[in-house]
Each structure stands twice: as C-alpha cells, then as structure tokens.
Write a protein that binds this ligand. Sequence first.
Ligand code: F6P
Length: 338
Amino acid sequence: MTSISLNQFIIEEQLQFHHATDEAADEFALLLNNIVMACKKISVEVNKGALTGTMGNLQSENVQGEVQKELDVITNEIFLEYNMHGGYFAGMVSEELDEPYIIPELQREAGRYLLLFDPLDGSSNVNINISVGSIFSIVRNPQGLATPHFQDFLQPGTQQVCAGYALYGSSTMLVLTTGNGVNGFTLDREVGEFFLTHPNMRIPEDTQEFAINMSNQRFWEPPMQRYIAECLQGKDGPRGKDFNMRWIASMATEVHRILVRGGIFTYPIDSKLKQKGGRLRLMYEANPMSFIVEQAGGASSTGHERIMAIQPHALHQRVPVILGAKNEVERLVAYHQN
Ligand code: F6P
C-alpha cells in the first residue's frame, strides 16, 4: 500500500515522462480530476444498488438500439456534468448520445481535448450485482474549434493521449494510461481519494485462460472455431495444456482480470453481427481498452488489423475485438491469415 494519490501521480508522470511544464502538468491533473470525480459519484450511485430504484429498464433505446437502464442515463448525466467545467474539453461523445455533446462556449478558449466514454459498461447486468465500469478515451481537439465537428472525434486509437476505466466492484478502482505504462488506483472511501495500489500493471505473454461468450459458437467464423476448439482439447490437443474459461459480460471487468492475472478476451465477429461490424464499440470501448492492453505489454486486434490503427468512420462504429496475452492474440491473427 502506498500513499501516492492519483493526483500526485499524474502530476509527477506528466513532469517526468511527458516533459510537461508545471502549468501543463497541473492542467492535465485538473482535467483528470473531473473524470475522477465523475467516477467517484458513479461509484456511490452504483453502490446504492436497488435502494434507489434505478436498476430497471427505461422505455427508451440508445443509438445502438439497446434498451437503456435508468442508471445508464443517470451515469451519462454525471459524466457530462462533471466534465463540462474547467474548459479542458471542447466536446464529448457517449455511448448513450446519438450526437457529440458540445460544451457551451462559456470559457475564453476552446477546450484542448475531446472526451469519449461509456458511462456504465456492462449495465445490462447491473441488477444482478456484478462489477460494472466506466470506460473513457481522451484525444486532442485537432482543429482547436470551440464547436468541434463530428469528424474531429474520428481519430484512430493511436492518437489517444489518455485512456482508462473505473471499476465498480468489491472495491472501486481506476486504471489509467497516458502512454507510459498502466497504473491502477484504489478508492479509499474514508479519505475520498484514489491511491496507487497496482503500479506498472503487465499482461503475461502467455495464458491458459480465455473469455468468450460460448453461446455464440455456432455463428463464429472458422479461425475462432479453430482457436477455441484447440483450447478446449486441452492437454490432449495441439496446445498441449488445459485452458480455463471465464465470461462476466462486463468488458471492463474482463480487461481488469487480464491485467491482474493474464488471459485473452474476445468478442469476435460472427454471422449474426456481420451487418453491424461487431459487438463492441470502437471509440469508447475497443480503443481505450486496446491502448491500456498494449501499454501493459499485451496486444489487441480485430483478427485482421491492429484495433488502434483503424481509421474510424462513425462515432458508434462497432468492431470485432481480440485482446490480451500477446502470444495468444498473435496466434489468432495468424489463424485469420490462414
Ligand atoms: O458492450 C457492452 C457489453 O456489456 C460488454 O461489456 C460485454 O463484454 C458484452 O457487452 C457482453 O455481451 P453479451 O451479453 O453478448 O455476452
């Protein structure tokens, strides 16, 4: 247990590794502090569970045609509200909004960054008390416009300056990268601060644990059929080792498990998803998680290309995702090439 707070850590990291000036380091810490406060607030809301009566479905659907939970809408509002102040962001894109949210021009200059987020990942299962999370990605406001165009948000994952997720589990954690490794912080509720508890998180290159929704098996393409079939054959098959399987249906929680104890996670393309392009969203799920995974020594691909190299064409674009242990991801990519 260390006593390095998230705030201190960010300032030191900016000064040491990004050669920021004192002023720029403070500004970045303040920007992140807004996100951190939003996550703390969401943690409180999620933790109240059924007491607030907000676990149910609404009549509405989000832009993806998914039924919204009341908590989806509440947590989206929290993210917007906490991040519209300070003048750091010019606009935000959320899973729960059809169009970008442009910050009203209250401040002198346009915000230098754009924020993309999924306020409550895994929310379809929040009523069964599993861990859920918030995922976010920060890119520069490329033209410096006070009213950025939607194309300004369409930057490949390689352009991210910061990505992270908060996990609302048995403890609340925040895991972050600014391109200099991955660090995890745990919320001390009594103090009200996140403290560094998981410095320099690394994903082992090999694993014996995979995560996939097996109920979709009959719809998968041949490379995924082959990979999982070989894992299931265990010691008796070509892999020569037994594999374990996990599926939580909450991407933030799955990625966290991989960062803590290794593994591979995939939501592949299948014949049901073909029209949509995949299940998970590129801009606020796949890209930030890919940045984190790569920074922790793992890999991330659609099977055909590196996720972070994709030039996005739509805000709510979906992609197939294969991420985690480097050697396993590379094996799957090789199966796709065959
Ligand atoms: O995108 C939302 C999400 O809940 C992910 O967090 C998770 O990996 C996936 O969907 C679960 O999908 P399914 O319900 O098909 O298993």
